[in-house]
Each structure stands twice: as C-alpha cells, then as structure tokens.
Design a protein around this ligand. Structure first.
Ligand code: C5P
Length: 304
C-alpha cells in the first residue's frame, strides 16, 4: 500500500562501518584506585572491520549476521545494545531501532571489535536523531560503554591516554598490514590482572611522540616503544610466539607486534599488495588461524 499523508515517510536503513582498532604501542602507566589502568597508546584504524545497520524505530533490538554471529550473543550485554542504552539514558526521547551486526572480526581479540561496534551504534543513533558528531553525550555514552569506545567513536589515528578517554589526533603514514588471531579469545581484564601492578604504581611515560613522521621515522619510533600487555598475554596464550614467528618470516615485514590485550598480532608492510602476499603464506601454513590482509593509518577507511 502506498504511504498516505498521515504515514511518516519510511526511514531508510542507515549503515556504518566498525573498523578494527590497532594499538601500535601500549604502555601501562599505573593502576588506579577504580581498578582501571592509566595507559598511553598510539592507536590506528584498519581498513577492515564489522558492519552495522540501523532501521530506526521505537524498540531497541539486535540481530546478528556474518561469520562471527555464532560466537556472539545478541543479548542485553552486547556492546551495541549497551551503547544504545547509555545514549538513551542521556538523550530524552531518543529514536532507537533494530540493529543488524555483520560480525567479521574475531571477538575478545585486542582489536576493539566490540568497541568499534558500540561506536558505530552511537554514530548510527546520532544520525537517526540529528545529533551533531561532537555532541558530548555521545562521548559520555561511549566511555560508559567501554574504555576503547571513545577512540572508536572518533575512528581516527590518535594518541590515547587516561583509561582511554584522552584522545589527541595524530597523522600517521599508511602501511599495508596483516592481522592474525589464533582464534583464542582473551579477556582484557585477565591480561591486566596478569600484569599484577600494585595499586598506586606509576611507571615511566613513553618517549614523546614526534609530529609529522615519515614512515622510516615512525618505524624507528615504534621499534623503541613496546606493547606492555604483550608479555602477560603471551603467558596466557603461548601460541603467540608461533604467530609472531610466522609473521616475521614473511617477505618485506617491517614490524610484528600484538594489539591491545591480544591475542591478535599485526605486522606492517610497504603496501596492501605486500600484505596480501604475506597473508597468503601465513594462512596457507596455519589454516586454523584468522588471517586478514588490510591497510593501517593514513587515515585508513574500510573497504566496501
Ligand atoms: O573498559 P572496558 O570494559 O573495555 O575494560 C574491560 C576491563 O579491562 C576492565 O574491567 C579492566 O579490568 C581492564 N581495563 C583496565 N584499564 C583500562 C582498560 C581496561 O584495567 N584502561
């Protein structure tokens, strides 16, 4: 039946991409009284990720699709729904609706899949409700949902500090990259716990991040800066040694490192062609692992 004048015009389905977040470096500066840790991390976004759609409406709902749908529950704890509820609590009369999450990234893998999904949900709700991208309530809802969600909401390369809420945009050169996850989920809280920092501990700040780096200069800086969650994650997931060795054996690799609290490792290459060749080698030798060639930095946008 064609819509009458009394019917609202059908609102189209809105789409957002939820890019994987990569911690190029990560220092844990101290443990806070609230149980969180103060961090300093250089964050970039990849050209791969999940996809989220929203059909605006009054009722909040979530459906799952895609290769990762079977390992995730569309229950109230899903970060998409949590983010929506946190925004609804801050914006009276918020239009909600039915989300469909096309889950492609491995879960609990240190590349912010759930956080990127939550951030994409907030961007979709902002669009459906005419909220400006800079509306402080979006940021507040993001931080209430999770420490990585504010960075994912911005979706740009940045230096991240505090527990994840202090974000300074940076320009990063573009690299080809391969992401590898051994399909072993790791809970972030377990990795921080394995670090065993005493409350009140303060550790050294990273060397200042120099502006406008060339690729060579950035690689030099990255080689001097660790991901301090890598050692505790390796203790929990010993196969990370094999992942690192496999990536380090690929032609043209610049640097191999773990992202976030793991267990995804990334390796950097000259361009996406070199990354695709490396990914074929690693996937061929380790068919059980999740292996994804992509781009990082520059500022990467997700492929269609
Ligand atoms: O903020 P989010 O819910 O993603 O954090 C999950 C867990 O990771 C926290 O409960 C905490 O144990 C740990 N965490 C932390 N310091 C951070 C971020 C996360 O200790 N900056």
């Amino acid at each position: 039946m064609p819509p009458t004048a009394a019917d609202p015009a059908p609102v189209g389905v809105l789409r957002e991409r939820a890019s994987a977040k990569i911690n190029l470096t990560l220092r844990v500066l101290g443990r806070r009284a609230d149980g969180y840790h103060d961090l300093s991390s250089l964050v970039a976004f990849a050209g791969t990720g999940d996809r989220l759609t929203l059909e605006p409406g009054e009722k909040l709902a979530l459906a799952l699709a895609g290769p990762g749908a079977s390992v995730l529950a569309a229950d109230a704890d899903n970060l998409v729904l949590r983010a929506a509820r946190h925004l609804a609590a801050r914006v009276p009369g918020l239009v909600l609706g039915r989300f469909t999450l096309d889950k492609r990234l491995p879960v609990a893998s240190g590349i912010g899949g759930g956080s990127a999904d939550a951030a994409a949900a907030l961007r979709l709700l902002a669009r459906a409700n005419g909220l400006a991208p800079g509306d402080a309530r979006l940021f507040e809802a993001a931080l209430a949902t999770g420490s990585d969600v504010p960075a994912c909401l911005q979706g740009r390369s940045c230096l991240m500090a505090g527990r994840g809420e202090k974000l300074v945009p940076v320009a990063l050169p573009r690299f080809g990259a391969v992401l590898v996850n051994p399909r072993l989920p790791v809970a972030t809280a377990d990795v921080f716990r394995a670090l065993s920092l005493a409350p009140g501990t303060r550790r050294s700040e990273p060397s200042p991040f120099p502006a406008n780096l060339s690729r060579e200069q950035l690689l030099d800086w990255l080689r001097g800066e660790p991901n301090e969650l890598e050692a505790p994650a390796r203790a929990l997931v010993p196969v990370l040694d094999a992942v690192e060795a496999a990536l380090n054996a690929t032609p043209g690799v610049f640097l191999t490192r773990m992202s976030g609290s793991g267990a995804t490792m990334f390796a950097l290459y000259d361009d996406c062609r070199a990354a695709a060749a490396a990914a074929r080698i690693v996937a061929g030798a380790h068919p059980a692992w999740w292996v994804k060639p992509t781009v990082l930095g520059g500022d990467a946008r997700m492929e269609a």
